[in-house]
Write a protein of this length. Structure first.
Length: 145
């Protein structure tokens, strides 16, 4: 080869073209594997996000306590806010939201909030004749615990 010609493969040292191509393919395989792992994680996380807001709202509007006394109180007081998303009250049967409330404070704190009122919720939840047992049963029902 004359000095004026340019060699199309100037470096033929320790990394041959074959080894270069193997590394290139391996790099693409690793990249593809990582993309598949990330996509799978996102997909499975999205699939496990729980029921849709529409499903939670539909459930809230259809649930009724089995105990007739608790059912009467719920229908007369709690249902007015805990089945309407726009009120901001935790929806009846929205186990995720209720679990967060209970874990962030405690059931005892929720009972205190019912008695004293909190946010848009009036004291006693407008059930002046209710006692702690009724409030506890209502929280258990609405939280589905």
């Amino acid at each position: 080869m004359a000095k004026s010609q340019i060699d199309p493969k100037p470096y033929k040292g320790q990394y041959s073209e074959q080894k270069y191509n193997q590394g290139y393919s391996m790099g693409h395989s690793i990249l593809l594997r990582n993309i598949l792992i990330i996509a799978s994680t996102i997909l499975f996380t999205a699939c496990d996000s729980g029921p849709s807001k529409q499903d939670v709202l539909a459930t809230a509007q259809t649930l009724v306590p089995k105990d007739p006394v608790v059912a009467e109180i719920y229908q007369r007081t709690c249902r007015n806010c805990h089945t309407v998303e726009a009120t901001g009250a935790p929806l009846t049967g929205d186990q995720s939201h209720w679990a967060d409330l209970i874990s962030d404070s405690s059931k005892e704190q929720l009972l205190e909030n019912v008695i004293n009122g909190k946010g848009g919720m009036p004291p006693f939840g407008l059930c002046m004749e209710c006692g702690m047992d009724e409030f506890s049963a209502l929280i258990d029902f609405m939280s589905q615990q």
